[in-house]
Each structure stands twice: as structure tokens, then as C-alpha cells.
Ligand binder design. Structure first.
Ligand SMILES: Cc1cc2nc3c(=O)[nH]c(=O)nc-3n(C[C@H](O)[C@H](O)[C@H](O)COP(=O)(O)OP(=O)(O)OC[C@H]3O[C@@H](n4cnc5c(N)ncnc54)[C@H](O)[C@@H]3O)c2cc1C
Length: 443
């Protein structure tokens, strides 16, 4: 019987995973704890990974081999230990993943089947084969292109080799214990959350998705990040629903594919402005800028919606999309700090932290990315709060100091700022003018 190695990465599930069908009949399941990825992750995301690995191990009947090391070195070593003819993966399109896989493929026959996306990056192109740079036409093409139905796979698709029967004792490690309790991870948890969202909130998604106080978005980003579920499974369900909510949701899932596509075309955009002219923008540096950055990180800017968002991030490792836009705009346009400083902080704290969606979400806000918000659009944190958290419940949920203030008055805090809540660290009107002046200097 041919034996192969299935190397799990961002696909921590067994359902709807074409990699498994491609891998033959008998395989060893492997996950590599790679310090180059774990290092920048931050505790909450690492913990979710560990819980996902435990769930996957259970699905494999306790037969997931987990090793710590450099994949370029350990994957070929383990493939050799079981005399695997092939190493099967779901393709990784990120800058680091592509480089790593190319290096691994120099030593083993690396077979990539499927990807974490509905349509793999690079496939949706203009008629002449060139890439799109703007979402709306790309989205139309994405819809026209279509995607496969979910793959019929499960824990029994393969006969899993028991790592105890293989000589891997020198590299085998146990799945690290998470620091504490947290969001349930793994395929069963993802499917349960998805069903719950479809039953309870999808119908209202179009109207309520911008309302952090109502908190009715799906929170599927975390499960998608680790591949506890494939977007194809979700899209198949959405196709059966046929509601405005389902259509809007499909569009949001498309943004995830779009940003992965953009990062694939332009790997440099993970670290640099997508639109180069923004390289010339003036940023603040030095001690005062660092103090403002610290206030932003700690949720004590004196702007309630910004602070609520940053405190939600610190507590839950997640933040509502609308609030992500508001806090990002505040960092870039009110504090005049570079977007990558905020993006790095997000990547350290978000459980769903994803290089493509995060860096491009930030660049959208900063004005330097694809489809970017025009630079002259500077979010007013008070009116944004009043508009999208009109009950004020979101702010009160995250800022106990403000719980005594009713309704949307909690945003402007006119004559009602409690002593234990900070004064605004900047004057928004003044910083707006300053931001516009700096953007105006760009030719
Ligand atoms: C500054 C900034 C940083 C962001 N960083 C990340 C990140 O690191 N990881 C991440 O997954 N998303 C990121 N986003 C996108 C978005 O905020 C989250 O995907 C969303 O809030 C996740 O919550 P949800 O699953 O309840 O979303 P829902 O509203 O239920 O959306 C469903 C799914 O669609 C996708 N989606 C929705 N909006 C976007 C978007 N703007 N861009 C890409 N995909 C989207 C996500 O996969 C999401 O799970 C960022 C947005 C901004 C403005």
C-alpha cells in the first residue's frame, strides 16, 4: 500500500479537504510548530492553534504527529522515515509559505491540492491575463468564475498511520497546552458556529453587519484563519439561502479571497504601501508619538469608540469590522503614525490575524491600498460612534467607567466625562486638518 505524508498547515479539519482524497489510502498526518510563524503570532492566536490541533488530533484518533522545527528540515526527514512517496498539502499563497514550500519541494515530491480560498489566488484575471486592482470588477469575475462544491472527505478518507509505529521519537512533541480557556476551536466548533449564525443572524446580516452594539456578525474569521472550515462549505450553504443577507455575506467572503489574491500578486504589499506615492507621507516619530501609540494600544485615548475597540481586542482577540476601521483611521489620520505600526499590533493580538486581510484592511484605511478609502475621508470617531453604535451599548460593554452614561451621549461625553476616564489625547478637528495637509503634499 502506498504511504504518504499529509502536512496540515492552515487546513485544520478533515471535512471538505481535497488534500485527503489526493493522498492515496494510508498516510501520516503531520503538523510542524514553526517558530517563524509562532513568534509574531501572540498568545491568543497560538492558543487557538493549539486547541485546533487538539481537535484535529482527536478526529485522527490521536494519530496527529506534531513536531517543532524548521519545516524545510523536518518535513523531508519525516517523509523519509515513513518512506513516503509524496507529501500532500493544501497550497499556501502567502509570501513566507510560498518560499518555505519551494524550499521543501527541493527535497520531496510536494503535491498541493486546493487552497484555503474559494478560488485560488492568481486565477481571477482580466481577459488578457493581467491581475485586477479594484474589488468590484474582480468580484464580478470571481462570481462568474465560480468554485467547486465541497469535497466529500472525512476522518476515514485515509487510514492514518500511528506515529508510535514510526521512528520519529527524536522530533515528536506534544501539542502545547493553551494558556487558559478560550473560544472553542476545531471543525465541530466551526460548523456549529456557522449553523448558529445561519439560523439566527444571517437574515439580518445586511442591515446589522455595521453595528458593533448588536454584535450579530458571524465571527467565522477565526475558523477561516485556521481552516477549521473551508469557505466553499459556507458558500454552498449561502447558495441555498437566497437572501440579501446571504448575498452580502458572500461579498464579504469574496473580500478575503480578493486580498489573498492581491498579496499573491504583490507580496511586497505586506510590508510596503501598495500605492508607492504614499511612501512619501510624513509620519510622527519620537517619544511623544510613542506615548500616543501606547495610549491607542491600551484603549485610553479618551475617544470612547476607539478605546472600546482596543479593549475588546485586548480581551477577546477580536474586534468588530466597523470598529477596526475606526481605530485604524484614528491611528493613521489622528495620530499620524504609519499603518504598519498598527497592523503589527493587530497581528500580535487578533486571533483571526491574517496577513492578507490585515495588511490590506490597514492599507485601505490609510489610503495607500487597493480600493482605498480616499485620503480626504477622515473618520470622525465621535460621529462614527453615534452612527454605528447608536445605543451606546458597545462602548458601555467595554468601558466600565462610562456605564453611568445613557444612550449615545456616551460618545460625545459633553459635560459628562467621568474623572476616571481620560481626556481626548488629541483635538480631532486639528488633526484632521493636519492629515489633509500631509496628504496634500503627495504629488
Ligand atoms: C484594519 C483592519 C484589519 C483587519 N484584519 C483582519 C485580519 O487580520 N483577519 C481577518 O480575517 N480579517 C481582518 N479584517 C477584516 C474584517 O474586519 C474581519 O474579517 C471581520 O471583522 C471578522 O469578523 P466576522 O467573521 O464576524 O465578519 P463577518 O462580517 O461575519 O464576515 C464574514 C467573513 O468575511 C470575511 N471578511 C469580512 N470583511 C472582510 C474584509 N474587510 N476583508 C477581508 N475579509 C473580510 C471574513 O473572512 C469574515 O469572517 C480587517 C479589517 C480591517 C479594517
Amino acid at each position: 500500500m502506498t504511504e504518504s505524508l499529509v502536512w496540515f498547515r492552515r487546513d485544520l479539519r478533515v471535512g471538505d479537504l481535497p488534500t485527503l482524497s489526493a493522498a492515496g489510502e494510508r498516510a501520516l498526518g503531520l503538523f510542524v510548530l514553526d517558530d517563524r510563524l509562532l513568534g509574531p503570532s501572540g498568545g491568543p492566536r497560538r492558543d487557538f492553534l493549539y486547541r485546533s490541533l487538539s481537535a484535529l488530533d482527536e478526529q485522527l484518533g490521536g494519530r496527529l504527529l506534531v513536531v517543532r522545527g524548521d519545516p524545510v528540515e523536518v518535513v523531508p526527514r519525516i517523509a523519509k522515515a515513513i518512506a513516503a512517496r509524496e507529501v500532500h498539502v493544501s497550497a499556501d499563497y502567502g509570501p513566507y509559505g510560498r518560499e518555505r514550500d519551494a524550499a521543501v519541494a527541493e527535497h520531496v515530491d510536494l503535491v498541493a491540492t486546493g487552497s484555503p480560498y474559494a478560488i485560488a489566488p492568481g486565477r481571477v484575471t482580466k481577459d488578457d491575463g493581467s491581475p485586477y486592482k479594484v474589488f468590484t470588477p474582480w468580484f464580478k469575475r470571481w462570481l462568474d468564475h465560480g468554485w467547486r462544491g465541497p469535497a466529500r472527505t472525512g476522518p476515514d478518507t485515509l487510514d492514518w498511520i500511528d506515529p508510535d509505529d514510526v521512528d520519529v521519537s527524536t522530533v515528536r512533541t506534544v501539542i502545547p497546552a493553551p494558556d487558559g480557556p478560550g473560544l472553542a476551536a476545531g471543525e465541530a466548533a466551526a460548523l456549529e458556529r456557522w449553523r448558529e449564525f445561519c439560523d439566527d443572524d444571517l437574515i439580518r446580516y445586511e442591515d446589522e453587519r455595521d453595528r458593533p452594539d448588536l454584535d450579530t456578525t458571524s465571527r467565522m474569521s477565526v475558523y477561516l484563519k485556521f481552516g477549521n472550515i473551508h469557505p466553499r462549505t459556507m458558500l454552498a450553504d449561502l447558495a441555498r439561502k437566497r437572501s440579501h443577507g446571504a448575498e452580502q455575506y458572500r461579498r464579504q467572503v469574496a473580500w478575503r479571497d480578493f486580498y489573498a489574491d492581491i498579496l499573491f500578486q504583490r507580496p511586497d504589499s505586506a510590508r510596503r504601501n501598495y500605492v508607492a506615492k504614499f511612501d512619501a507621507i510624513r509620519h510622527d516619530t519620537g517619544r511623544e508619538a510613542d506615548a500616543l501609540f501606547a495610549a491607542w494600544c491600551e484603549g485610553r485615548t479618551g475617544f470612547p469608540i476607539v478605546d472600546a475597540g482596543m479593549r475588546q481586542l485586548a480581551t477577546e482577540g477580536w474586534m468588530h469590522n466597523r470598529v477596526r476601521m475606526i481605530v485604524a483611521s484614528f491611528l493613521v489620520k489622528d495620530l499620524h503614525l504609519p499603518w504598519w505600526r498598527g497592523a503589527r499590533f493587530f497581528m500580535q493580538h487578533l486571533v483571526d490575524g491574517d496577513l492578507a486581510s490585515n495588511q490590506h484592511g490597514w492599507q485601505w484605511t490609510a489610503g495607500s491600498g487597493t480600493d482605498a478609502a480616499p485620503y480626504f475621508r477622515v473618520f470622525n470617531p465621535i460621529s462614527q460612534g453615534e452612527k454605528f453604535d447608536p445605543t451606546g451599548d458597545y462602548v458601555r460593554r467595554w468601558i466600565p467607567e462610562l456605564r453611568g452614561i445613557g444612550g449615545k451621549a456616551v460618545h460625545a461625553l459633553k459635560d459628562a466625562r467621568p474623572e476616571n476616564y481620560p481626556d481626548p489625547i488629541v483635538d480631532h478637528a486639528e488633526e484632521r486638518r493636519e492629515a489633509l495637509a500631509r496628504y496634500g503634499e503627495l504629488s
